[in-house]
Design a binder for this molecule. Structure first.
Ligand code: ADP
Length: 238
């Protein structure tokens, strides 16, 4: 079945709000962006990608963007104080009052602690942490093959999930782009940063009993279906 059909079917279901922070935890290339987009659509929550927010600052030439650009080009993490200010700003908008789906945040312990404070402020139920478990050997292929729609952010992979016409988005006909940090040397830097700074969050959330493992090796539709099952259970009245 075409990815698009299944995706639309899932997204089409009318769903009540989760009133939760949902976070996707996993290495670059685990499919966080693809799944976050779909979950956000299904549960009518905003999809917050700190990577997209930073790239937007770079494109607009803001001071924050000027600081973040060289760091991102090296595949390192942008300093916490920059990311935290940007996240606080975004979360203070009313569309976040009922919850949000985070993709790429938190990435350090300090960020995780800040998120806890934000969730308390919003009086959310426990945070849902989806741990995208994937074989490290697969990540390089996923990242070097990734192409992203310039308008809608739809994600393809030239090896595993190619668009019908090369370089063009099936959904809206926009041009597809290759992210400048999706090149082998930068990817190695990003994977290293994940191991050092983000992976410790797996134990942190496991210790709090919040970690939900997701088999992110399956095809994208199967991953979406498994996440949806988990979230529907979380949504059901206790
Ligand atoms: P991926 O998860 O595939 O690496 P992202 O778009 O989430 O892609 O992130 C791209 C880059 O943006 C990261 O390599 C990092 O430099 C920066 N970045 C994104 N989110 C954060 C964050 N929460 N903290 C620090 N840096 C971040």
């Amino acid at each position: 079945m075409a990815a698009v059909t299944a995706d639309h079917k899932l997204a089409g279901r009318v769903s009540s709000r989760l009133h939760r922070a949902v976070i996707l935890l996993g290495p670059p290339g685990a499919g966080k962006g693809t799944q976050a987009q779909r979950i956000a659509q299904r549960y009518r929550l905003p999809h917050l990608s700190t990577g997209d927010m930073l790239r937007d600052h770079i494109q607009r030439g803001t001071e924050l963007g000027r600081k973040a650009k060289p760091v991102m080009e090296r595949g390192e993490l942008v300093p916490d104080e920059i990311v935290l200010g940007m996240v606080e700003d975004r979360i203070s908008r009313p569309d976040c009052d009922n919850g949000f789906v985070f993709d790429g945040f938190p990435r350090t312990l300090a960020q995780a602690e800040d998120l806890e404070r934000i969730c308390r402020q919003h009086k959310f139920g426990y945070t849902i942490v989806l741990h995208m478990v994937v074989d490290p050997d697969l990540l390089m292929r996923r990242l070097t093959g990734r192409r992203i729609c310039k308008t809608g952010g739809h994600i393809y992979n030239i090896y595993d999930r190619p668009p019908k016409t090369a370089g063009i988005c099936d959904e809206d006909g926009s041009e597809l782009m290759h992210r400048p940090d999706d090149t082998e040397p930068v990817i190695l830097g990003r994977l290293g940063a994940y191991e050092r700074e983000t992976k410790p969050l797996v134990d942190y959330y496991k210790g709090q009993g919040l970690l939900i493992a997701v088999d992110a090796m399956a095809d994208a539709d199967a991953v979406t279906a498994s996440i949806a099952k988990t979230l529907d259970r979380a949504e059901a009245p206790k």
